[in-house]
Design a protein around this ligand. Structure first.
Ligand code: PLP
Length: 391
């Protein structure tokens, strides 16, 4: 039940968890659940991973915070590792995804300013989601999330996702004002929409040719979720700016904005900052998460189990009268139905002990932890088959 003294932003289920381990959660009554949403793509290496627990407790006993007025060893470590994995040059650390995207948007404006553009425009996509701050809201789509907030920053031009022809007409009309493109390689909140093959590559070439920044929001798709460190690596595309958050801290809040080449040189002392961003605790935990993903071979596991889950869902739900499409990459999977039955999420949790999510009222979204195994993949499939009254 929602407490009356909490602002009414979410409508949570009447379910509350007391503890978790790996891909499982236990509610207050001790009932076990299979977690196929991972706190919305956050707890990738699983709940209460012993190495994460150790890193948190060790660092808490040493130093939680000293501020960016001083060198922070773990921040430098994390910057080294992330930039190497992503093929980028420099990092700035934040506390959330929205903040990481705000950082990217500030880089875009600085880039436009250096190019001498008076009112720079950033190309963004229909159905995009980039966060809840006023700036990232302006870059996101959907009237519901914007209603009542008045005039938002106007530096965005919205394009249909994956449509190169629409891009050409935007250039014809606004070319000289454009300074950057911001997009999710796989749109998450809108229901797991993949860009058509070749789209990212075409954007990369265009950005290089026109001196625009290619800015990829990998907040949901990054840190191993799709079977690669970052979703853009499936296409061999390296952006100029990349944003990360969700899976990076496995539950400890952290965001990152990575940049490459000229984009990495835009900030100067005083031009951006954060009190908490890049603190020793969050950065040490994120380093540990990256280590765990490597040691446990979780990229390969995400790829293998993701492909299996996708295939098994397609087989098991084939012919279901409400089914429109099962799609995804790695462990980022959407099942689009004509209409998702009311209270499906509640019902699946209560009757199957399975935690899922529904986005935009039409798509069941699965974002299981990267540690999921074969038996658990089958539990998800069977749980959904039963919940959708199929076979
Ligand atoms: C979740 C998400 C964000 C926002 O992250 P917060 O940490 O909630 O601010 C931005 N972009 C994408 C693609 C996301 O999935």
């Amino acid at each position: 039940m929602t407490a009356a003294c909490l602002m009414s932003t979410y409508q949570p289920l009447s379910l509350s968890f007391a503890r978790g381990l790996g891909s499982r959660l236990w509610d207050q009554a001790g009932r076990e659940y299979l977690d196929a949403i991972a706190g919305v793509a956050v707890t990738g290496v699983g709940h209460s991973h012993p190495k994460v627990v150790q890193a948190i407790s060790d660092q808490a006993g040493l130093l939680l915070h000293s501020s960016n007025l001083y060198d922070i060893h773990w921040q430098q470590q994390l910057a080294n590792r992330l930039t190497r994995l992503a093929g980028m040059d420099r990092a700035f650390f934040n506390n959330s995804g929205a903040e990481a995207n705000e950082t990217a948007l500030k880089l875009a404006r600085l880039h436009g300013w250096h190019k001498g553009i008076e009112q720079p425009l950033v190309l963004v996509m229909q159905n995009a989601f980039h966060g809840r701050t006023l700036g990232t809201l302006a870059a996101s789509d959907g009237p519901a999330v914007r209603l009542g907030y008045g005039q938002l920053p106007g530096d965005f031009l919205k394009l249909p996702f994956g449509d190169l022809r629409a891009l050409e007409s935007a250039i014809a009309e606004h070319g000289p004002r454009i300074c950057a493109v911001l997009l999710e390689p796989i749109q998450g909140e809108s229901g797991i929409h993949l860009a058509p093959t070749g789209y990212l590559k075409a954007l990369r070439e265009l950005c290089t040719r026109r001196n625009w920044l290619l800015m990829l929001d990998e907040i949901q798709s990054g840190i191993g979720r799709t079977g690669r460190w970052f979703a853009c690596q499936h296409e061999g595309v390296v952006p100029d700016v990349m944003t990360l958050a969700k899976g990076l801290g496995n539950g400890i809040p952290i965001g990152a904005c990575l940049a490459r080449g000229k984009a990495a040189e835009l900030f100067t002392p005083g031009s951006h900052g954060s009190t908490f961003g890049g603190n020793p605790l969050a950065c040490r935990v994120a380093c540990t998460v990256l280590e765990i993903i490597e040691e446990q071979g979780l990229l390969a596991n995400a790829e293998r189990q993701g492909a299996r889950l996708l295939q098994r869902l397609r087989e098991a739900l084939q012919g279901h009268p409400e089914l429109l499409e099962v799609r995804g990459l790695g462990l980022m999977i959407g099942i689009e139905l004509r209409q998702v039955p009311r209270d499906l999420v509640q019902k699946v949790a209560r009757e199957q002990g399975l935690l899922i999510n529904v986005t935009r009222g039409q798509t069941i979204r699965l974002l299981p932890p990267l540690v999921i195994d074969e038996a658990e993949v089958e539990m998800i499939v069977q749980g959904l088959v039963r919940a959708l009254n199929w076979r």
